[in-house]
Design a protein around this ligand. Structure first.
Ligand code: NDP
Ligand code: 2IT
Length: 484
């Protein structure tokens, strides 16, 4: 097969020193006399042109592309097959109307999506987000990131993400049910246990998964493992609710262990108060750390006594049962302070775990964390640190675990839920805990393999490591398939 670079619309290498289109004489290992900078710039120009106004998607591609360009500089096969160009173009973006009736009998219309980014290494896999901030750009960035994250787990899962601009906050139980059913009434035709297996994300937890699974089953008359994050009674996996938060803390432990250090005795600042944040907080406590903060989109609470396991149970009740706001924490635990409209990053700490949403930690906040002595950041959320914030962490050479590696425990246990559903068997807590622990250690090791810098201090660039390790598996599978 000869790939005709000239016929392609992509913008890769332009130097005369580069082999002519279709030429195969390039020798592996011989660096090309081209400027990476120019090529990356041109590649990104193309991405921006093709995805106007999709800032989150462009940000995510940029962060991956800079590492991948370095890695593939001398690897002609990836250039010829235009691998990164293809991964940065979703296989498909399905967009649909979600019509539902509220309790006052008003007809409401939301927009729903499923972005199927890449299924080279397994069925599409990734969460569903219900939040007013959901746009096509947000879901495209999440599906793109998911492709690398899922690859890093070592399990056979492609990358996808879905959602709707629906705000579950303040909605009644039956409104949420009707919305979930309407969303699934369109989504069901695009998914399946060997096609695409959605799960939860922001605004989608056990309750919503239940309503969507019930509707899928009703429409198709099939009980099959088409969603993960299910309750234990109908095919869910032990440890799935805990997996993302626990996994992010295991990743943090692995980073610290590389420096012969541990969580015990350290203070942690955590953002969010949802599934990921509360389970990350729980694991930090269990490992002897002290959690100082939690937050939601209205503000954060700072508890100088520490948010211990009992208090975390109360927060879980507040968010999942009462569906209240984190501000209510200070009414229950009166030594704590609530900071309306603020984020927690100015509270001095040893460890930071952003577990709420994208771009919730900017350059100034990153600098404040570093200046206050923060030694490690492990991201439970997806892309919570801005591009400039990441640079601050790298320049300061503190340990920084990006979401696509640090929060991969959730989708990894989703992958194990799929295996259990296929086998029609349920594994026990001990087995799943062991598997999650070793999966996170493997992901850490892959990041170290591709991210450890040469030089005396051996600084580990976990972003680079995660990007390259995640890319390589997907890219090699795509090479095997030819131009599809
Ligand atoms: P939840 O819906 O359970 O919780 C989200 C939390 O983040 C809530 O406390 C929410 O507060 C808060 N939040 C939302 N938007 C903002 C904002 N703009 N500023 C501050 N806080 C905000 O979601 P999850 O815990 O499941 O997800 C959190 C993050 O983790 C997301 O980035 C998600 O993509 C990522 N993730 C989740 C996985 C999972 O298994 N669930 C797996 C891997 C990553 P409020 O109530 O005000 O909205
Ligand atoms: O961002 C994520 O990895 C998730 N929301 C979990 C996806 C999944 O399929 O479990």
């Amino acid at each position: 097969m000869v790939w005709n670079r000239a016929a392609s619309t992509a913008v890769w290498h332009h130097s005369n020193a580069y082999p002519k289109p279709g030429a195969r004489e390039f020798k592996k290992g011989a660096p090309m006399a081209v400027s990476d900078h120019v090529d990356l710039e041109k590649f990104m120009e193309g991405v921006k042109k093709r995805n106007p106004g999709q800032t989150e998607f462009i940000q995510a591609v940029q962060e991956v592309a800079q590492d991948i360009f370095d890695f593939i500089e001398d690897k002609e096969e990836y250039h010829e097959a235009q691998i990164l160009r293809r991964i940065a173009e979703p296989d498909r973006v399905v967009s649909f109307r979600v019509c539902w009736e509220d309790d006052d009998h008003n007809i409401r219309v939301q927009r729903g999506w499923r972005v199927q980014n890449n299924n080279a290494i397994g069925p599409y896999k990734g969460g569903i987000r219900f939040h007013p901030s959901v746009t096509e750009s947000v879901l495209k960035f999440l599906a793109f990131e998911q492709t690398f994250k899922n690859s890093l787990t070592g399990l056979p899962m492609g990358g996808a993400k879905g959602g709707a601009n629906f705000n579950p906050k303040g909605k009644s139980e039956s409104e949420v049910m009707r919305f979930c059913q309407s969303y699934m009434t369109e989504l069901y035709r695009h998914i399946g246990p060997s096609t695409d297996v959605p799960a939860g994300d922001m605004g989608v937890n056990g309750r919503e998964i239940g309503y969507m699974f019930g509707q899928y089953k009703r429409i198709t008359n099939r009980w099959e493992g088409v969603l993960t994050g299910k309750a234990l009674e109908y095919g869910g996996s032990v440890m799935r609710p805990e997996a993302t938060g626990y996994g992010a803390v295991y990743f943090l432990c692995n980073m610290l262990a590389d420096k012969a250090d541990a969580i015990e005795g350290k203070t942690a600042v955590i953002s969010g108060a949802g599934n990921v944040a509360t389970h990350a907080a729980e694991k930090v406590c269990q490992m002897g750390g002290k959690v100082l903060t939690l937050s939601d989109s209205d503000g954060f609470v700072h508890d100088p006594d520490g948010i211990d396991l009992d208090k975390i149970e109360w927060v879980k009740w507040l968010k999942n049962e009462k569906r209240g706001r984190i501000s209510e924490y200070v009414e229950e635990f009166t030594n704590a302070e609530y900071h309306e409209g603020q984020r927690p990053w100015n509270v001095p700490c040893d460890l930071a775990l952003p577990c709420a949403t994208q771009n919730e930690l900017n350059e100034d906040e990153a600098r404040t964390l570093v200046d206050n002595g923060c030694m490690a950041v492990s991201e439970g959320a997806n892309m919570p640190t801005t591009h400039d914030g990441v640079k601050v962490f790298h320049d300061a050479k503190i340990m920084y675990g990006p979401g696509k590696a640090a929060n991969a425990g959730g989708v990894a246990v989703s992958g194990l839920e799929m295996s259990q559903n296929s086998e029609r068997i349920s594994w026990n807590k001990e087995r799943l805990t062991d598997m999650l622990t070793s999966l996170m250690a493997d992901i850490h090791d892959k990041c170290v393999e591709y991210g450890r810098e040469n030089g005396d201090d051996g600084y580990i660039d976990y972003v680079k490591g995660a990007n390259i390790a995640g890319f390589k598996k997907v890219a090699d599978a795509m090479l095997a398939f030819g131009a599809v």
